[in-house]
Design a protein around this ligand. Structure first.
Ligand code: AGP
Length: 616
């Protein structure tokens, strides 16, 4: 949520910052701004809307300085206006700051500063932060051998409640940036004669692959040739330098029109990457390197708790189904945002898991912390290497699917489903799953990428179906067992990118209320597969047809459906239960994508959303 970029070096800062902001736009796109140190003082350009608007605005200001900061905003405090866009400059003109997070005590800070003669131009909490830094800066001795800016930021942060990732510069300290984090990610990029900072590696990976992930409570001071890390309360600490293992190409659109399209079509490769090296030598189970639990310790677990938000929560529901089905161990699933507050009693031998693509979702991070506070071992399934969740979890599994840029999660979701299925196998094989069942299961998972490829060949057909349904305003998604969460996911995907109201239910629940929605104006998407639920789902479809509802069936290849029952048919290959949720997801992703295109929506940057939600 909100993107931050900072640069100090030998080259012009603005072009790099604007380029970085474009890469971070998926984190927030209400407004954007840039501030650069120039010989005559500070130059500032801010504009509501996309970074493209800011680029036009910045061109008018001739930004030539070599040290600057930029921001792309997802509004929390204050509306979407030029004045509320970051960077914010203190009323004495001394300090510029960009901020991601929420300053909870900004009201009392503001009252204090008003009493000291500071003035305010925006409705944001960030401006109070900038003014408070300026207040301390003015009182800080000008030359005592230490950084005046660093000391004033440190003093300020001791009075601040809430969350922040900030980057600050002062007009009279050329080439110096000070950053700090509590609750909002910041990564330093270490270059040759230049140093960088951003809220996400995708903004800096074009310049360097050497990075330092700042931890909560840490500050960093950057100059073109040096950097140092310290804490809010005390002196310097030894940095840990990491290397990013993917290149900028992974975050490029390539031949695709949208990131969402690219990421949907990347799924076969993403699944291959997520499973690589994770099957045992005898081919009968899964193996994970980073769980930090011995098989004996794992064997002691007699209950699992999974927490997440949004799409990742749907992955938890599928994982629950598969672990209970194949390993016969009880699983509980909760929304991370609820779990963190409801003080749920946990069974003593519970193993706690969170699932998060970004690893920065604040509710999921808080749920993880709550479980750890209660003394539970807490693991994570997470995509972004070095994220807050990855660092705070006791162990976990990286998804290894590369950067996911489209706001609507696609490849991250199906890889979470895969890893959930592998977890069910791992636990199942420790318990009662036989060697030969394990072999079959592994073979099925290995075949998943090819099955997904097969479904993707139907993109043209699904596009044609989408064109016929783009005009509706309501839609139901209905499935049973492990496909109920996929019905929820289909509805969420459609809602978030096309703004069509949609809801997902277990198919049999429809008659307990949602059936009231059914008419020729509300179509339904049904998942209908071979097996024990077939005839039950057909009955639910008949109930819809009897009420003149149109039906899009996503059905197993070769199934004989009653004549005239469905208006549209999309087929999926017959497959193992562990793979079915993955395969069934592809048609709803494509359907949502093409419907959103038909409706002229901005699929990669849907209104009001941001890729990772780092505020409550
Ligand atoms: C997915 O399409 C959504 N944009 C959203 O629900 C997302 O899955 C949720 O915010 C959780 O994000 P995370 O996986 O990064 O924690």
């Amino acid at each position: 949520m909100c993107g931050i970029v900072g640069y100090t070096g030998k080259q012009k800062a603005a072009p790099f910052i604007l380029e970085g902001l474009k890469r971070l736009e998926y984190r927030g796109y209400d407004s954007a701004g840039v501030a650069v140190q120039e010989k005559g003082g500070l130059k500032l350009a801010k504009k509501t809307g996309r970074v493209a608007n800011l680029e036009q605005e910045a061109a008018k200001h001739r930004l030539t300085g070599t040290c600057g900061i930029g921001h792309t905003r997802w509004a929390t405090h204050g509306g979407v206006t030029d004045a509320n866009a970051h960077p914010h400059v203190s009323s004495d003109g001394q300090i510029a700051v960009v901020h991601n997070g929420v300053i909870e005590n900004f009201d009392s800070i503001k009252k204090f500063l008003l009493g000291k003669g500071f003035t305010f131009r925006s409705e944001t909490d960030t401006e109070a932060l900038g003014n408070l830094i300026a207040y301390h800066y003015a009182k800080e001795p000008a030359a005592n051998g230490e950084s005046r800016l660093l000391n004033s930021v440190r003093k300020t942060l001791r009075h601040v409640e809430g969350t922040y990732g900030i980057v600050v510069l002062s007009i009279d300290s050329p080439g110096e940036l000070v950053c700090a984090r509590r609750g909002s990610p910041l990564i330093l990029g270490l270059g040759e004669g230049e140093n960088l900072v951003a809220s996400d590696v995708s903004a800096i990976v074009s310049r360097t692959q050497s990075v330092v992930y700042l931890k909560d409570g840490e500050l960093a001071r950057l100059t073109p040739v040096d950097f140092a890390i310290s804490t809010v309360n005390e002196g310097e600490i030894e940095p840990v330098i990491d290397q990013i293992t993917w290149s900028i190409d992974a975050a490029d659109l390539g031949t695709h029109t949208h990131y969402m399209e690219k990421e949907i079509f990347e799924q076969p490769a993403a699944l291959e990457n997520a499973m690589r090296g994770r099957f045992s030598e005898d081919g009968s189970t899964a193996q994970f390197g980073g769980l930090n639990l011995t098989p004996a310790e794992f064997r002691q677990v007699d209950r699992f708790m999974f927490c997440a938000c949004g799409t990742a929560w749907h992955a938890c529901l599928v994982t629950e189904h598969l672990i209970e089905r194949f390993a016969r161990v009880p699983v509980e699933v909760d929304y991370a945002s609820e779990f963190r507050y409801r003080n749920a009693p946990l069974h003593p031998h519970t193993l706690f898991f969170v699932i998060s693509q970004s690893g920065e979702t604040i509710d999921t991070l808080a749920a993880l912390r709550e479980a750890k506070r209660k003394g539970y071992r807490a693991l994570a399934i997470n995509n972004v290497v070095g994220s807050s969740i990855a660092r705070e979890a006791d162990g976990g599994i990286y998804q290894h699917v590369g950067p996911e840029i489209g706001v609507a999660s696609t490849k991250a979701f199906t890889s979470q489903l895969l890893l959930g299925a592998m977890m069910a196998l791992y636990i199942g094989r420790m318990r009662d799953m036989s060697f030969s069942d394990g072999l079959n299961y592994v073979q099925a998972l290995k075949g998943a990428p090819d099955l997904v490829r097969r479904v993707l060949t139907q993109a043209g057909h699904i596009k044609a179906v989408a064109a016929r349904y783009a005009g509706y305003n309501d839609m139901l998604f209905l499935g049973r067992l492990s496909l109920f969460p996929i019905a929820l996911e289909g509805a969420l995907k459609l809602k978030e990118i096309s703004y069509i109201h949609a809801a997902g239910y277990p198919a049999a629940e429809m008659k307990h209320g949602p059936i009231a929605m059914i008419s020729e104006r509300c179509p339904s998407v049904f998942f209908v597969t071979k097996g024990e639920m077939f005839s039950k789902v057909i009955s639910s479809m008949q109930e819809v047809k009897a009420r003149h509802g149109r039906i899009i069936a996503i059905a197993t290849e070769g199934l004989e459906l009653p004549a005239g029952l469905c208006d549209e048919l999309i087929t999926i290959p017959d497959c193992h239960e562990a793979v079915l949720p993955i395969v069934a997801t592809i048609p709803v992703q494509l359907l949502s994508y093409y419907i959103a295109l038909e409706r002229g929506c901005d699929v990669d940057k849907p209104r009001n959303l941001a890729k990772s939600v780092t505020v409550e």
